[in-house]
Write a protein that binds this ligand. Sequence first.
Ligand SMILES: Nc1ncnc2c1ncn2[C@@H]1O[C@H](COP(=O)(O)OP(=O)(O)OP(=O)(O)O)[C@@H](O)[C@H]1O
Ligand SMILES: [Mg+2]
Length: 374
Amino acid sequence: MPESNAAPLAALHAIRLVQSQSREASEVTAQVSRKGETGHLGDGRSPDAVISASGLVKRYGDVEAVRGIDFEVTRGETFGFLGPNGAGKTTTIKILCTLADATAGRALVAGFDSATSRDAVRRNIGLVFQDTTLDTYLTAEQNLRFHAELYGVPKAAVEPRMRQVMDMVGLWDRKDSLVSTYSGGMQRRLEIARGLLHAPHVLFLDEPTVGLDPQTRSSIWAYINDLKKREDITIFLTTHYMDEAEHCDRIAIIDHGKIVAVDTPEALKASIGKDRVQIQTADDPAAIRALDDSFGIQAAMHDGAVTFSVAAGEQFVPRLFAEFSIPIRSVSVSRPSLDDVFMSYTGTTIRDAEGGAGNEFMRNMHRMRSGGRR
Ligand SMILES: Nc1ncnc2c1ncn2[C@@H]1O[C@H](COP(=O)(O)OP(=O)(O)OP(=O)(O)O)[C@@H](O)[C@H]1O
Ligand SMILES: [Mg+2]
């Protein structure tokens, strides 16, 4: 983001979240010292549900960004939305965080309705946006102090809390540096620290590590896991990284505005029950036809290889070499990954799904074969 836009964006962030802040300053102050409480729960939902969404729909004109989703997140969970670009992840976060109105359906966060009890929801949440909203021409400390003031953190609590969250992300030594001199990873860590400053019950992280190098991504995850040990906090995050999704207690796979599966990463992978085989051949289109004709296997091109699933890959491969008429140049067999789970439910890998509309054909074929599951 160009620096010239930083101030208006941060101001917008502030205005959105604290429109009635002055009226509620005393309540916010009380909230900071009331960690551990959740609000009243409604609708007979699970008493442990910190987030609960039912029948959420969001339309932008003709675009149906969210198409009727239901899920619950229990207290203390790290719950992830895994899906490709445009799946509806940010839109869902915006509804939960009161920054967008749902077209239909209902969302409760910390027991409060995100449409009718916006201020109560806002007091209970921390939010790290997909795009940075730091004021890059201010120092890290100034950014945090500004946030503390907006959220009415009691004056005496600001200093120790600031130290605590900045220590947590390893930035205390750099608190006096201008944010414009921070690396991308440092800025992301500072945003996470800022999201935690007012001790929220629920932390929303929209693509917390997008665009960062693997080392920085893993260090951010170390902070998040450490945070879970120290604070009584529920985390809702979105990602399109498979490895990031593995950090979650439970994952909802979201595609085209719909949740297609929800479970623990292990259970989702176990549900596939099949190995993924990838082969490179002298004639890939002919190989795809031959797999169907000879073995009744539906294969497709993914990541530059003929890709298909079979129950026991290591037993199938020798048979393939013995019976296949098309020369095979390479073969790889892998145990189910979350990408396979994604492919099993949507007909494409997440990377291919982000490649654009060219894969719609394969997806439609998959939908027809699987009886229109989606
Ligand atoms: N303000 C808006 N006006 C019109 N369409 C929108 C708006 N916001 C989102 N959309 C559309 O809604 C769909 C879902 O967008 P969303 O930002 O929720 O996706 P996402 O899953 O967060 O994707 P990404 O991984 O790229 O961040 C997209 O088709 C997008 O173009
Ligand atoms: Mg998004």
